[in-house]
Design a protein around this ligand. Structure first.
Ligand code: THU
Length: 132
């Protein structure tokens, strides 16, 4: 599967990052199971704690438009290395992940690696656990 377009969209979203405090800009792009793509950037706040990560911005945009099953998410932070999602974002990804969810970590649209949810969040606590 070629994720270069999804990574490119994450790179474009990164340009909109509002990160005046950390200066660490992140972009994300999710593809829902109907093929629709939603993008997001990190949005910081003077209170620091109210900051929203790029991944959650993109995911919440998808969910608020009615798409709760996501097939893949691309994430781009610094271009010299891969940026993995933070712990809270991993948990949010788990909530809306399709069976075969892919986490795509990009440096640029031509250089990316693909991870599964099990690889980045082994033993995730999910809605299935609530049924036990
Ligand atoms: N950040 C993200 O947007 N995604 C991540 O997975 C890691 C961290 C943002 C939050 C904050 O604005 C900045 O990067 C530094 O932590």
């Amino acid at each position: 599967m070629d994720y270069s377009e999804l990574v490119y969209k994450a790179l474009e979203a990164r340009k909109k990052a509002y990160a005046p405090y950390s200066k660490f800009k992140v972009g994300a792009a999710v593809i829902a199971d109907n093929g629709e793509i939603y993008t997001g950037c990190n949005i910081e706040n003077a209170s620091y704690g109210a900051t929203n990560c790029a991944e959650r911005t993109a995911i919440f945009k998808a969910v608020s438009e009615g798409h709760t099953k996501l097939n893949a998410i691309a994430i781009v932070g610094v271009e010299k290395d891969y940026t993995y999602p933070c712990g809270i974002c991993r948990q949010v990804i788990a909530e809306f992940a399709s069976e075969d969810m892919k986490i795509v970590l990009g440096k640029n649209s031509g250089e990316y690696i693909v991870k599964t949810l099990e690889e980045i969040l082994p033993g995730a606590f999910t809605k299935e656990d609530l049924k036990k």
